[in-house]
Design a protein around this ligand. Structure first.
Ligand SMILES: Nc1ncnc2c1ncn2[C@@H]1O[C@H](COP(=O)(O)OP(=O)(O)OP(=O)(O)O)[C@@H](O)[C@H]1O
Length: 552
């Protein structure tokens, strides 16, 4: 990748300060974005990254300080003002309207008109030109409602929407958090291509390797202050981690001493449909034992999310049975599953994990509405719920003004820590965690990982779904790989490389010689880990190569 020399700064933020009540979110921050470069903004959850960029995007007024764009001091009263100056923002949480089509979402508020009518054909041409230039594949789906797509596609729609509005200064707020590894590579490549066409990019991220791979400059924020700005090719992950957290952070896989017990959660022949009524999970078998973490790896969209939503009771299963603690729970409601001991950390904290305009007290009650001491004889004990919210805040280091703060006022990572705390503190027997550290800073990732490992060591059955391979490898005792609605393999994390996992996630056997690709062998010992190919035009048995007993 070629990198351009710094020219005249595209954006200069001078001594920006922003307070929310007593919280100083930005404390006299200076920040310079050079023309045609990628500038990564790093920092722990709550360090002030989103606030700083929201000021540049006209969402917040700064209390003091100046914004200079292309050499001109600017005052943005709204995102519309910022957009007119060429500043666009792709948010962590998408701002799309579910029932509207992809095309309608892209042009919303900027509809081209012809004879007083919306000229969809002109819009279509413009969008197709943008898609082909930046290699987006969404132009095939312009007439489909956005609610039919997963997060990866929704994000691409957001990016195209921003480009459609003419932005050439693009702020990406944790864009890779919702993407698969392959999509991440594509996005990073696309970000470089955008700079080649004269765009200047701010890249907010927690992923140091991505910042180092794509950025020219990196600025680290801590506690609302800019700690330093360094050239990406003159620093390292270790140095950045130290600047962010103020200490060394280690992510080594520790060998474990304890042995898993009996299966507590068993799934047999389960089928689950996706949002569009198409079968996403095609009759899978799964058994999770006491004291183990089963990692489910897979490229997003291969049924893993539908499967765990089926287990958690958020989505009906169309066939098969789910048993927990030897009792059939297939038809139990979500609430009854919680009461029976199944906790769930959802993929999308914004819509499934929290009610954004509820305060943390009411959010602490979610899922505990029938549970003593919070509720007895149908009466809520708000003082007990308040104490509970405060305990979560303290023990999970959630940065919030207090328990009465609305969820929406918390940074994304702090919202995540609150949900993790609430779910773990239910004292469950089974924990199902979907992308548990999405959007979480490295210090907090270590913290959440350690909590999940503690649950396992305390004898819980834990299921972790993640598209981050290093997370799956670090946490799991076994890794089941899902591909097109089925388990294609079960592997030992100590014996598989990231490359092999990546191949499996792409539907390929670990044996690259190809001999085993066509028909993998089934041994007696692993027959019960086998899943049947069904709806996808494949009626052969798909085999797993792990020889331990027990279900996937
Ligand atoms: N609308 C708001 N009201 C009150 N406090 C807020 C608001 N927005 C942000 N804050 C607070 O300002 C601080 C900085 O938050 P910000 O979202 O900018 O952090 P961040 O670095 O982007 O974090 P993350 O990586 O978790 O997204 C946090 O303490 C946060 O709770």
């Amino acid at each position: 990748m070629t990198r351009k020399d710094s020219g005249v700064p595209t954006v200069r933020l001078k001594s920006i300060t922003k307070r929310f009540g007593d919280v100083v979110a930005n404390d006299e921050i200076d920040f310079t974005l050079e023309q045609g470069t990628v500038h990564a903004l790093l920092g722990e959850n709550g360090s002030g990254k989103t606030t700083l960029m929201s000021i540049l995007y006209g969402l917040y007024d700064q209390d003091s300080g100046t914004i200079v764009v292309d050499g001109e001091p600017r005052e943005f009263d709204s995102p519309r003002d910022a957009m007119e100056a060429g500043v666009g923002m792709i948010h962590q949480h998408f701002q799309l309207v579910g029932p509207m089509t992809v095309l309608q979402n892209i042009i919303l508020g900027h509809e081209p008109a012809s004879n007083g009518l919306v000229d969809e054909s002109a819009a279509r041409d413009d969008i197709e030109a943008i898609c082909s230039r930046y290699r987006f594949d969404i132009d095939r789906h312009l007439d489909t409602p956005i609610r039919d797509f997963d997060l990866g596609v929704r994000q691409r729609v957001e990016i195209v929407k921003t480009l459609y509005r003419g932005a050439n200064i693009l702020i990406f707020d944790e864009p890779t958090a919702v993407l698969t590894p392959q999509e991440v590579d594509q996005l990073l490549e696309m970000m470089r291509e955008l700079t080649e066409t004269g765009c200047s990019l701010v890249f907010i991220t927690h992923k140091l390797d991505e910042a180092l791979a794509v950025a020219d400059q990196i600025t680290v924020l801590r506690d609302g202050k800019a700690i330093d700005t360094v050239a990406a090719d003159e620093t390292s992950e270790q140095e950045l981690a130290r600047m962010m957290v103020g200490r060394e952070v280690l992510f080594d896989r520790e060998s474990r001493e304890t042995v898993p017990g009996e299966p507590v959660l068993e799934v047999n022949g389960v089928r689950v449909d996706g949002d569009r009524g198409l079968e996403q999970v095609s009759g899978v078998d799964l058994a999770v034992r006491e004291g183990e973490i089963l990692g489910i790896a897979g490229v997003q969209g291969n049924g893993q999310n539908e499967l765990i939503e089926g287990i958690a009771g958020l989505r009906p299963v169309t066939a098969g049975t789910i048993r927990f603690d030897d009792k059939k729970i297939t038809d139990l409601s979500r609430r009854h599953r919680i009461e029976s001991g199944i906790a769930y950390i959802p993929e999308d904290r914004q819509t499934e994990g929290l009610v954004q305009d509820y305060d943390l007290v009411r959010n602490a009650l979610l899922g505990n509405q029938t549970i003593s001491p919070y509720v007895s004889s149908g009466i809520i004990d708000w003082s007990a719920v308040h104490d509970h919210a405060e305990t979560i805040i303290d023990e999970y280091d959630v940065q919030a003004q207090n328990a009465n703060s609305e969820a929406i006022s918390l940074s994304g990572g702090n919202q995540q820590k609150f949900i993790v705390g609430r779910e773990i503190m239910r004292d469950p027997d089974v924990m199902i965690a979907s992308h548990p550290t999405r959007g979480v800073d490295i210090g907090s990732i270590e913290f959440i990982h350690n909590r999940l490992l503690e649950l396992r060591d305390a004898g819980l059955a834990v299921v972790v779904v993640s598209s981050k391979l290093e997370e799956i490898q670090r946490l799991s005792d076994r890794i089941a790989v899902m591909y097109e609605g089925e388990f294609i393999d079960v592997v030992d994390p100590d014996k598989v490389t990231e490359e092999e996992l990546g191949l499996l996630m792409a539907g390929r056997s670990r044996d690259e010689s190809g001999e085993e690709d066509e028909e993998m062998h089934i041994t007696e010992a692993n027959k019960d880990m086998t899943t049947k190919g069904t709806e996808k035009g494949d009626d052969t048995d798909t085999t797993v190569t792990d020889s331990r007993d027990g279900g996937v």
